[in-house]
Write a protein that binds this ligand. Sequence first.
Ligand SMILES: Cc1cc2nc3c(=O)[nH]c(=O)nc-3n(C[C@H](O)[C@H](O)[C@H](O)COP(=O)(O)O)c2cc1C
Length: 187
Amino acid sequence: MILDYKNIEDMTRYKIMSDTVIPRPIAWIVTEDNGVINAAPFSYFIPLSSNPATVIVAIGMKDKTTPKDTLANIQKHKKATICFANKDNLEQLKLCATPLSKEQSEVKEYSIEVQKVLEDFPPMISSSQSALFCDYYSTVEIPGKTTPVILEIKKQFIEDNRIDENSHIEVENIGRNGAFFSAMVKI
Ligand SMILES: Cc1cc2nc3c(=O)[nH]c(=O)nc-3n(C[C@H](O)[C@H](O)[C@H](O)COP(=O)(O)O)c2cc1C
């Protein structure tokens, strides 16, 4: 069967793409504005290049005219801390997908522990095994409702026991598998 994308409406296309392009890593992005710490998950997310060290994440709108808080905060402050989720903090990650007003903080509402690791970047989720401290790099212009944002990784947190002498990293990230979540297993 050939699926012709021009004849498929947006929501169906989203479902087809999300169920096919799997597994997708999840960026649990922490940003700040006016002292409010915002945290939200995004799975239209992928690494782009190691030099410059960049990732891309596509962020949508809250409604027709209002960008999601994460996008607004990145556009304003040019900073983001991307955390990774594991099976122990999955429930917290899911809660962070709840739409809240801009003045509300997910980490406060859902009692998620964060820690300020670097002065120049938003805090990281304490239970994450790794986090990427990023500067805004650029935006890719595409028509439609999502804004693909390129972020440059400046620094990374990794738990001490998860990196070996050859710089190999061992993390237990979970990813998006269609409408579900999956843990990565080595084969
Ligand atoms: C696993 C997962 C992945 C998601 N991926 C995206 C995504 O790639 N882009 C997007 O705009 N929203 C995505 N969402 C929805 C946002 O997390 C949700 O809209 C959130 O409320 C945005 O929060 P904010 O307004 O604080 O930025 C995802 C939700 C979940 C649970």
